[in-house]
Ligand binder design. Structure first.
Ligand SMILES: *Cc1c(COP(=O)(O)O)cnc(C)c1O
Length: 357
């Protein structure tokens, strides 16, 4: 098989070992003679999987007492509505840092007043808007820590006088997080954790039960907590792969080690574009994401975009095409992407540049 370097933004690269062990569990799970696809989610074999996934989640992220970890369906996008449904009485504050943040804002407006306290929309989201003067008369503040499409990221766990809710779909487990600063952290699994189909929710229990409205069972976090993510059939197979990914994270030494690896990978690529005559990054330096690295061709070289895309493909690069709202290229450098893949991309960029300048 030809070596492919997978820079896909999501669903995206997973640790090879997690994929192999998932394949084994599909063929014969735990040596029980059945596939994980064909056993009850209430069987003891599956219960052990979800228990281990939750335990590793808590251990590897250092989640304090008082928080629950859930695995639900519906993607991060369903959380855009579940959050205001469960937490908003009258008003909430949102940071508008990109397309996903904007979608979260749109849903929240269905439930009450939304106060957008910071935005980088007028610069096509090419920086992370500074968060200052958080109002105290809101039910919560919502942020998106990594903007997958624009390649901006906030690395500090901010202090908030109101419950802080964060969409960490694309940077969960990429760095240590002080979970105690957040009331809730959530995301789709398909960027850094597992296949599409599972959504993780970390929620501090004391923020629930404070709204007046009546909640349908499936949209009520308290129901999912009470039932251990098994009010209905959970996404069993994605949860299995998440467990395997978390085992891999643990075996490497945890999120601190991953953070260092991610910093090295990102530095290699950002340094390359900073020193390039034909490539240039699209994001302001202090907002640069470690997970999604966006770049375009400099003025005067833009006609070479398609040619570079084809050249990179011929050299084994996959998933490099930038999102249509930014254009150019986006290299997603999630946890499972090896340094060698970034090196291969950088070699490819340098070789291409040499032939043009
Ligand atoms: C991918 C992504 C989403 C959307 O996730 P779905 O699971 O497809 O709903 C939301 N927020 C961020 C930051 C993302 O990267």
């Amino acid at each position: 098989m030809k070596k492919i370097h997978n820079f896909s933004a999501g669903p995206s690269i997973l640790p090879r070992i997690a994929i192999e062990n998932t394949a084994k569990a599909i063929l014969d799970f735990n040596g029980i003679g059945l596939s994980i696809l064909e056993i009850s989610h209430r069987s003891k074999d599956f219960q052990a999987v979800i228990d281990e996934a939750v335990a590793l989640f808590k251990e590897q992220l250092g989640i304090p007492e008082g928080y629950q970890v859930l695995f639900l369906g519906g993607g991060a996008s369903l959380q855009f509505c579940m959050i205001p449904y469960n937490l908003m009485n009258k008003k909430a504050a949102y940071v508008d840092s990109g397309v996903w943040a904007k979608k979260a804002i749109k849903e929240a407006k269905l439930f009450g007043e939304v106060n957008v306290i910071a935005s980088s929309a007028d610069k096509n989201y090419n920086f992370y808007p500074p968060i200052t003067n958080i109002p105290t008369d809101v039910d919560y503040l919502h942020i998106t820590t990594n903007n997958t499409i624009y390649g901006t990221e906030i690395f500090t766990d901010i202090d908030s006088p109101v419950p802080l809710v964060a969409d960490m779909s694309s940077d969960i487990f990429s760095r240590p997080v002080d979970v105690s600063k957040y009331a809730m952290i959530y995301g789709g699994a398909q960027k850094n954790l597992g296949p599409a189909g599972a959504t993780f929710v970390i929620v501090r229990e004391d923020i629930l039960g404070k709204v007046d409205r009546v909640l349908p069972s499936m949209l009520d976090y308290r129901v999912h907590i009470k039932e251990g993510s098994m009010y209905n059939t959970p996404p069993c197979l994605p949860i299995y792969t998440i467990m395997e990914t978390l085992r891999w994270i643990k075996s490497l030494g945890g999120v601190k080690v991953l953070q260092e690896m991610n910093q090295k990978k990102a530095k290699l690529l950002y340094d390359t574009m900073d020193n390039s005559k034909i490539f240039v990054g699209t994001v302001e330096k202090d907002s640069r994401s470690l997970m999604n690295i966006c770049f375009v061709m400099r003025e005067g070289y833009q006609h070479l975009e398609d040619e570079f895309m084809n050249f990179s493909k011929a050299n084994g690069m996959s998933g490099l095409k930038g999102h249509r709202s930014v254009g150019g290229f986006r290299a997603s450098t999630y946890n499972a992407l090896p340094y060698e893949s970034v090196q291969a991309l950088v070699d490819c960029m340098n070789e291409f540049e040499k032939s043009k300048v």
